[in-house]
Design a protein around this ligand. Structure first.
Ligand code: HPA
Length: 271
């Protein structure tokens, strides 16, 4: 695996004049931040050696290089979801490439269902912690010590200093920012009412089908993470309505500019 990671990192290094320290993963329907990036290079996932082979969803996927908030960034437009059939090593391969490129900070976004009674559709939730309910672990198997330790600590999975920074930016700019625990599940079904209720009871504020694998590998790789969920539907008994992918994307649109602002401002303020 190391060789493949190195090969892909080398390919990218040869394509871009300066390798950034910041990477961004844009979740489903959350591509608007790209409009804020002063783009100088785009590479389709199909062209990148060792990148997982695209499914329909991954097909439009690309890496975007440019400037955001005055800093060089790489943005992943489109991610690899476990429910698409990728295994966890494939889902998290881009994070290993970021590690090889010496990325320091990872910004992650996703769409999620909200189980917290104070959440509304279109809210942004700063992820403070997660509960991993995926059936496969990205670090399962022989540990490669050059990539990280066998038993990684997860007590600061969502870096506390980055959380404080996000909260300060939101406060200073009158942006409503919810906070909570993200539950990562395999999907692709949305939850039954009983499942939402169960996820609430075990401590979740929002539930989605991504992010947790990438965040685990980022922690193994000592990359600091700031992550946000956009609440696109409500999973509270009495408030649950039928939900579709289109509605999720529509709701994601509402909150995008505010989330993009926080990420851009955080990038500006980080050294
Ligand atoms: N559940 C799981 N994933 C989701 C949801 C949800 O309610 N909304 C957006 N992604």
């Amino acid at each position: 695996m190391l060789e493949k990671i190195q090969e892909t990192a080398e390919f990218i290094r040869n394509k871009v004049p300066k390798v950034p320290e910041m990477a961004i993963i844009l979740g489903t329907g959350l591509g608007e931040l790209v409009n804020e990036i002063d783009i100088n290079q785009e590479i389709s996932y199909n062209e990148i050696p060792n990148f997982p082979v695209s499914t329909v969803e991954g097909h439009k996927g690309k890496l975007i290089f440019g400037k955001l908030g005055g800093k060089d960034v790489i943005a992943m437009q489109g991610r690899f979801h476990y429910y698409e059939g990728y295994n966890m090593k494939e889902v998290t391969f881009p994070i290993r490439v970021f590690q090889a490129l010496a990325i320091k900070y990872l910004f992650v976004s996703n769409a999620a269902g909200g189980m917290n009674n104070s959440f509304d559709i279109g809210d942004i939730m700063l992820i403070e912690d997660h509960i991993n309910l995926f059936p496969e672990h990205p670090l399962r198997g022989k540990n490669e010590e050059r990539l990280g330790v066998r038993f990684p600590d997860m007590s600061n999975a969502y870096d506390k200093d980055l959380q404080l920074l996000a909260m300060k930016i939101a406060k200073d700019n009158d942006i409503k920012l919810q906070r909570g625990v993200y539950i990562g599940t395999q999907g692709p079904t949305f939850e039954t009412p009983a499942e939402y209720e169960y996820f609430r009871r075990i401590g979740g504020d929002a539930v989605g089908m991504s992010t947790v694998p990438e965040v685990i590998v980022a922690n193994h790789a000592k990359i600091k993470v700031m992550a946000f969920s956009i609440i696109t539907d409500i999973g509270i008994i009495g408030k649950i309505v039928e939900v579709s992918h289109e509605e999720v994307q529509e709701a994601a649109k509402i909150a995008q500019p505010k989330m993009a602002f926080i990420i851009k401002e955080a990038i500006k303020q980080l050294n």
